[in-house]
Design a protein around this ligand. Structure first.
Ligand code: URA
Length: 239
């Protein structure tokens, strides 16, 4: 249980500086339980708190954990240069509270991207010691052959990598598509592995991380949702 003044609560949720949040409250733009609250110092229990700003309802969250169905032509970097950044697909206040992608997908890769403002979570999820499988569907320019699948499972040597990298699972889906499961998250790993095995990746979608499946989230491209405890539990490595 923790009580905080309303202006601090709004600030912590990314609605702007303390001063700006005070103005929002004094101008009657903030409601709790449907009632306008104009006292900026009203002390409120944050646990389970719901409030509205400009008539949009929000739930207080100490940290936020998000799944985004990333469309192509969005960049994951903090300072996007050639395409809009993935943060532009989220409500503005999320950037104010420093929500960041967990790892990166290439600008042309689509699919499941986790985002959060919890540094400990981001760090733990990105750690190379954490063996959480990431599942991709890759479209290959040349036909997918049994040799290609064997090669990816046996491991391919990539430039700058001391040891060969292997898929932990790989299966042909149809003439030009394969499902590939990786535990590492090296730079352009799927594309480089396909190239090293003599093919070329023309499209890539991340469909699952650990036990969290994009399909189960029901998100259209560009849509996002909060991840609650039971979904976050699916991101833990297998015991
Ligand atoms: N592998 C790639 O080559 N690109 C991605 O975006 C993710 C994995």
């Amino acid at each position: 249980m923790s009580k905080l003044p309303l202006d601090r609560i709004l600030q912590s949720q990314g609605f702007g500086t303390r001063k700006w949040c005070q103005h929002l409250i004094e101008d009657g733009e903030v409601r709790i339980g449907g009632e306008v609250v104009t006292d900026t110092r009203s002390s409120l229990e944050t646990n389970g708190l719901e409030f509205s700003v400009y008539d949009e309802v929000w739930k207080y969250r100490e940290h936020i954990y998000i799944a985004l169905n990333k469309p192509a032509d969005y960049e994951c970097s903090r300072k996007p240069s050639h395409h809009p950044g993935v943060l532009s697909l989220l409500p503005e206040q999320f950037a104010n509270r420093d929500v960041q992608p967990v790892g990166r997908l290439d600008h042309d890769t689509t699919g499941l991207l986790l985002m959060s403002d919890d540094g400990t979570f981001i760090h733990a999820q990105s750690s190379p010691k954490r063996h959480v499988p990431k599942i991709y569907v890759a479209t290959a320019h040349e036909a997918v052959t049994p040799e290609l699948v064997k090669h990816l499972l046996a491991g391919v040597k990539l430039h700058d990598e001391p040891a060969p990298l292997a898929a932990i699972l790989c299966e042909k889906l149809d003439e030009h598509r394969l499902k590939i499961v990786l535990e590492q998250g090296k730079y352009h790993q799927v594309k480089r592995m396909l190239a090293a095995a003599g093919n070329h990746c023309t499209a890539l979608c991340r469909t699952e991380i650990g036990g969290l499946k994009l399909e189960a989230l029901g998100l259209q491209e560009g849509e996002w949702c909060y991840l609650e405890d039971e979904q976050l539990a699916l991101l833990k490595p297998a015991e």
